[in-house]
Design a protein around this ligand. Structure first.
Ligand code: BTN
Length: 345
């Protein structure tokens, strides 16, 4: 919010949110909007609009102005811009608020903090950088500034915990689809929810569930998604270089993280609207996308490692494995290495 100088003609303090001015400019991107139209629409003076435009220019927005025509947005700063993102997500009724921050410990941790303070379902937190990005199994998630997309979404499904067992797999389908809709390439899934391109990880998902204290009902769910977007191979730390790849490296296109975010979040919103009624459809898509099936795998349980073959995905999105000694197992969670991926030879 920009606090503006006293407006002499109206003898009142004039406040205008620069987000509201941006909203006008985004809605008419490429066209000129008059200062008069914005001042009437926002109920503030023309000088307030002018001051807001100056602030936006200081923040890196390129806004042209022409006498008798008004203002035209020509370029936005490089980071993910909240108003633009909120605008792209305006059709998604699930999204109740969008927060974009330059840096944070972890977007999942932030959404959990907000959830415990009563935040509404549909809070979306997006960060340019995470200082303590978290992955599954207590691992960290590499989150360099401006190179990836890091976001978390708060859900509050009022269902018992058992009904959410599949959600992680559904999210994987939604993320793959959201990436495909924006970039044109359809990534695959390594069970349960690593998103891959040709056996290298493009995206990871961390779903965290909190239960109500007195029941087995869900209090909230945080869906956290990290996508490698702009990194060149040599920009990944050495230990990740052979396992990870960025979407830009795959598509060879210039990508806009805000538009990618909108596409993936919209896909998650659509999926959530189908959950759990359209299970058969998501199960079929999961089976089509999951590259673990048919591969030699190693199943890790504590210090134990057993080799076998992944033979299928059952109706609860669990992985069927046949071990070398002929024994079969149905896995609902756990660490599974796939031969040929992430350094397992
Ligand atoms: C994994 O691959 O193990 C899961 C990685 C999930 C990373 C995302 S980035 C946004 C959100 N915030 C986090 O701290 N983690 C998730």
């Amino acid at each position: 919010m920009v606090r503006l100088k006293r407006c002499p003609t109206k003898e009142r303090w004039d406040f205008v949110k620069i987000e509201d001015i941006l909203q006008f400019l985004f809605e008419k991107e490429g066209e000129y909007v008059s200062g008069e139209e914005m001042s009437q629409g926002l109920g503030v003076s023309r000088s307030a609009i002018w001051k807001g435009i100056s602030t936006l220019r200081e923040q890196g927005y390129e806004i042209d102005s022409k006498p008798n025509r008004g203002y035209c947005l020509q370029n936005s700063p490089v980071g993910i811009e909240k108003t633009k993102l909120a605008n792209l997500l305006k059709e998604q009724s699930l999204i109740t608020s969008v927060v974009c921050v330059p840096s944070i410990d972890s977007t999942n941790t932030e959404v959990k903090r907000c959830a415990t303070q009563g935040a509404k379902e549909g809070l979306l937190v997006v960060a340019e950088h995470q200082t303590a990005g978290r992955g599954r199994r207590g691992r960290s998630f590499y989150s360099p500034t401006g190179k990836g997309l890091y976001f978390s979404l708060l859900l509050r499904p009022h269902v018992p915990y058992e009904e959410l067992m599949d959600l992680t797999a559904w999210v994987a389908v939604a993320v793959s689809r959201g990436i495909a809709q924006y970039s044109g390439i359809t990534p695959t899934i390594k069970w349960t929810n690593d998103i891959l391109w040709e056996e290298k990880k493009i995206s990871g998902i961390l779903t965290e569930i909190s239960l109500e204290s007195e029941s087995d009902f869900v209090d909230y769910v945080v869906v956290g998604v990290g996508i490698n977007v702009h990194q060149k191979k040599e920009e990944f730390p050495e230990e990740l270089r052979e396992m990870a790849i960025s979407l830009e490296d795959v598509t060879k296109k210039d990508l806009d993280r805000g538009a990618l975010c909108a596409s993936v979040v919209s896909s998650i919103c659509e999926m959530y609207g189908h959950f759990p009624q359209e299970k058969q459809k998501y199960l079929q898509q999961y089976r089509e996308l999951c590259v673990t099936v048919g591969k030699q795998v190693q199943v890790l349980k504590g210090e134990n490692r057993r080799s076998g073959v992944a033979t299928g995905i059952d109706d609860c999105f669990r992985l069927l494995v046949r071990y070398e000694d002929g024994e079969e197992e149905v896995l609902s969670t756990g660490e599974v290495s796939v031969r040929g991926m992430y350094g397992y030879i």
